[in-house]
Design a binder for this molecule. Structure first.
Ligand code: SAH
Length: 255
């Protein structure tokens, strides 16, 4: 009997944002291969006896090379095990989940994709920034500010002009360069911009500024953070009070 690999998105941070299907898969797991941004409370949903294997994925530090991850998933499934490949957010948004699925498909190994709530959308949302809004922005572009891939750098000014809202993941370290490209490309320095750190977690922090002020405002920002540039950022002023009230209602009482 051959096993199966579930490529599961763990959601953006708060463990309660894992999907029901993701939870079902975790509860069946013999082996969980997880990435750095996965919350411990999500990992705890796997059976106690399940093997937990950390696959890393920090910008310059990979405990397991991508090829080794592919082989590990394939081997465990071939041994009949139920394998959960657990990734932050959605597995197909900058998570190399596509490469893993391609590899498993080529090997003829059974797998399922379990989508997750991506930080690209959920983190601005949790901070009170809608990515689209009538009369403000009818599209958004999501880009990676840093990758280890040899692909050419995205054309940030064109993406922002075309979409109206630009969302940058993995952008903290490259922020000065990204801002310089946008300004060189003729984007108005007064365009609203925000950095949301640790989105959906208890230590979520939001900085709201303009494109011109973004580098200074974010000088002590730490990954993981999502950067949003565009007029939608202004909506936070009106949306945030309600979001704060809801959070208060939701907070466990008595401690
Ligand atoms: N597949 C993931 C993204 C992986 S790339 C997803 O769909 O969410 C990792 C980047 O995601 C981080 O560098 C950061 O930009 C963003 N990110 C993930 N979790 C985050 C969080 N809780 N708060 C802010 N940004 C987060």
């Amino acid at each position: 009997v051959s096993g199966k690999v579930y490529i599961v998105g763990a959601g953006p941070g708060d463990p309660r944002l894992l999907t029901i299907r993701g939870l079902e898969c975790l509860r069946l797991a013999d082996v969980v291969v997880y990435d750095r941004l996965v919350d411990g409370a999500v990992l705890d949903q796997a059976p106690r006896a399940a093997r937990r294997i950390f696959a890393g994925k920090e910008p310059e530090h990979h405990p397991l090379a991508q090829e080794a991850i592919h082989e590990l998933l394939a081997e465990e499934a071939a041994r009949g095990r139920t394998v959960v490949r657990l990734k932050g957010g959605d597995p197909f948004v900058f998570g190399r989940g596509g490469e893993e699925a391609e590899f498993l498909a080529a090997r003829g190994i059974d797998f399922e994709i379990v989508p997750g709530v991506s930080s690209a959308i959920a983190v601005p949302g949790a901070a009170g920034i809608p990515l689209t809004h009538r009369r403000v922005s009818r599209a958004f572009a999501v880009v990676a500010g840093h990758t280890c891939s040899p692909d050419p750098e995205p054309d940030y000014p064109s993406l922002l002009r075309g979409a109206g809202t630009l969302v940058v993941l993995m952008g903290v370290r490259s922020l000065p360069r990204i801002v310089a490209r946008l300004l060189e490309g003729g984007i108005d320095p007064a365009t609203p911009a925000a950095v949301v750190e640790n989105g959906t977690r208890p230590d979520q922090r939001t900085l709201v500024t303009t494109l011109a002020g973004l580098v200074a405002a974010a000088h002590d920002a730490r990954a993981p953070a999502v950067i949003v540039v565009g007029e939608v950022v202004r909506l936070r002023e009106r949306i945030r009070p309600l979001a704060a009230e809801l959070a208060a209602i939701d907070a466990p009482s008595g401690g």
